[in-house]
Design a protein around this ligand. Structure first.
Ligand code: CP
Ligand code: NVA
Length: 307
């Protein structure tokens, strides 16, 4: 049976831990420019219904660097744009490729796709989650802090966006304490937070309170892809939610900052923090490549074993 990676909980904690360990091996091998051929002869198709820089390039090169091949389907030129059902596309692409990554809007689209695909499907971002990004974020925490259990992370900004949702899920799964600060209109309800992250999520009224004593501060754009019509309204609502030096002073002195990128300097994060010594964002971006290699190996090779 193929397994998909549509949300963090699709893998158990033990599987995640093994994956993070394998990520270190793959990162070291890349540093040493060792030739790795674990996915020789395998291929990945990437489908983007939204823009991308990091996700596209890191998945394509992850496959290349593991001896495999990746192909991005330009959706606008495909039959999907002319109304061919997702289900038909999923079935056909499964006959060609060993895994498929999809970036889309509502998560029901990726679930429908995965239901009809016969190879593993990976979530490359939906409106409700960005699990491969948070996987890279967690790995960046492991690199700097070691153990994840009990670590405190403040998420400041859009509390109902895809990044916040995947962080809430991560809190429940990895035993993190996620302090979430968002304007009321963009804050999950206590029930939503508990459904995603169990007791791991605490909701705060102000970013300052949320940042007090945390190990990591993270944020995301105020206006995500597909929300451009709300840009002005969101800019107003998130006033006071910028991760800047003053806000960071509430965190632990050794705390560092994560941001999935692309960043809007002067909005959700200041130039000074993004470019400063407490920014881990460039390592975080690099780590997309390494964690996704570990994920691709796991999903593709395990699906073959069980075929
Ligand atoms: N962080 C992230 O997913 O970036 P892209 O939109 O560039 O893929
Ligand atoms: N929340 C952002 C993340 C981009 C990687 C968006 O969906 O646009």
């Amino acid at each position: 049976m193929k397994r998909d990676f549509l949300k963090l909980r699709d893998l158990s904690l033990g599987e995640h831990q093994a994956l993070l360990k394998r990520t270190t091996e793959l990162k070291h091998m890349r540093r040493r420019r060792e030739v790795v051929t674990t996915l020789a002869g395998r291929s990945l198709v990437l489908i983007f219904e939204k823009s991308s820089t990091r996700t596209r390039v890191s998945f394509e090169l992850a496959m290349t660097q593991l001896g495999g091949h990746a192909l991005t389907l330009p959706v606008a030129d495909s039959q999907l744009a002319r109304g061919e059902p997702l289900a038909d596309t999923a079935r056909v692409l499964s006959r060609y490729a060993d895994a498929i990554m999809v970036r889309t809007f509502g998560e029901e689209r990726i679930y429908a796709f995965a239901q009809h695909a016969t190879v593993p499907v990976i979530n490359g971002l939906t409106d409700q989650g960005h699990p491969v990004q948070v996987l890279a974020d967690l790995y960046t925490m492991v690199e700097r802090l070691g153990e994840l259990q009990g670590r405190k992370v403040a998420f400041v900004g859009d509390g109902v966006g895809n990044m916040a949702r995947s962080w809430m899920e991560a809190a429940g799964l990895f035993g993190l304490q996620l302090h979430l600060a968002a304007p009321e209109k963009f804050r999950p309800t206590a029930q939503e937070a508990a459904a995603l992250g169990g007791h791991g999520v605490k909701l705060f009224d102000t970013p300052q309170e949320a940042c007090r004593g945390v190990d990591v501060v993270t944020t995301d754009v105020w206006t995500s892809m597909g929300q451009d019509a709300e840009k002005a309204l969101r800019k107003e609502a998130f006033d006071g939610y910028c991760v800047d030096a003053a806000l960071l002073s509430h965190a632990r002195p050794e705390a560092f900052v994560l941001h999935c990128l692309p960043a809007h300097r002067g909005e959700e994060i200041s130039e000074e923090v993004l470019e400063g010594p407490r920014s881990a964002v460039w390592d975080e971006a690099e780590n997309r490549l390494h964690v996704q290699k570990a994920l691709l190996e796991k999903l593709i090779l395990e699906a073959e074993k069980e075929a």
